[in-house]
Design a protein around this ligand. Structure first.
Ligand SMILES: Nc1ncnc2c1ncn2[C@@H]1O[C@H](COP(=O)(O)OP(=O)(O)O)[C@@H](O)[C@H]1O
Ligand SMILES: [Mg+2]
Length: 263
């Protein structure tokens, strides 16, 4: 299982917002896409899933194993999204339906790829809720999203993304909207689950400190272009580009606070 992105271009109204991006995600690897706000990270991620906004077009090549994703019919893309590639976004609210209990939503994610009856669906939802370390899973699955904290909602979104046991997880700033203590817990959870399932990971962040905790390799974007691609340890120790040096300066406070906390 591998993902190969080659010369990806995304245009919106004739503007190249992603401009010739290439990277590879071999089986079981963890890649970080990093860059300042507006550098094209999210549109790159959405291209991988065939979820670009109205008016945006992608060209180039995105190969998922032997399948070219660019130009693939919506129905087939939807199947790959449900079964093989999972995704988690910055704002869990967007992934959740406000008028359905979280247990039902987790069960629906399981049903996309598996036939299960009502009673089994409940048991499975509880198991998935337990796996993402939601407190008191048997009670919490009967709650609605607004009755949960932001961190709990993101755990539900992660449970839904991973219910089908995808081979690749794409996480776009999944902790950016959360309190710092919760951020660390969610990162730890994601890493644990990625390892348990032997998934590959594409992790998107603007924060080099966060990147250093989850990714092995990094691709730095600026204005939709790759400005540097290197192991994360190299980006931290000897950044080659001005962009990466800037990201490092912004991240320094969080990386080296003496109390081990994050700024
Ligand atoms: N729906 C959209 N319509 C027009 N421009 C967009 C849209 N989404 C993103 N853009 C533009 O594309 C560029 C890259 O956006 P994005 O991929 O969201 O950046 P990032 O995730 O790195 O912050 C930005 O300049 C942004 O303004
Ligand atoms: Mg973004």
């Amino acid at each position: 299982m591998s993902l190969r992105v080659n010369d990806l271009v995304v245009e919106i109204d004739g503007r190249r917002v992603v401009d010739g991006v290439s990277f590879e995600v071999p089986n079981g690897s963890r890649l970080g896409l990093i860059g300042e706000s507006g550098s094209g990270k999210s549109l790159t991620a959405l291209s991988l899933l065939g979820l670009l906004p109205e008016g945006a077009t992608a060209s180039g090549s995105i190969r998922w194993n032997d399948t070219e994703l660019i130009g693939l019919p919506d129905r087939e893309l939807a199947r790959i999204r449900g079964d093989e590639i999972g995704m988690v976004f910055q704002e869990p609210r967007t992934a959740l339906n406000p008028i359905r209990t979280v247990g039902r939503q987790i069960a629906e994610s399981i049903r996309i790829h598996e036939r299960i009856g009502r009673r089994e669906a409940r048991e499975r939802a509880i198991a998935e809720a337990t796996r993402v370390r939601l407190p008191d899973p048997e009670t919490i699955i009967d709650r609605y999203p607004h009755q949960l904290s932001g961190g709990q909602r993101q755990r539900v979104a992660i449970a839904m993304a991973l219910a089908a046991r995808p081979r690749l997880l794409i996480a776009d700033e999944p902790t950016t909207a959360l309190d710092v203590t919760i951020q660390a817990e969610i990162l730890d959870l994601l890493l644990t689950l990625v390892e348990e399932d032997g998934m590959s990971l594409v992790f998107i962040t603007h924060d080099l400190a966060v990147l250093s905790q989850v990714a092995v390799d990094g691709v730095v974007l600026e204005h939709g272009r790759v400005v540097e691609a290197a192991p994360v340890s190299t980006l931290l120790r000897s950044p080659a580009s001005e962009v990466t040096r800037g990201l490092l300066r912004d991240a320094t406070a969080t990386l080296w606070r003496p109390d081990g906390g994050t700024a």
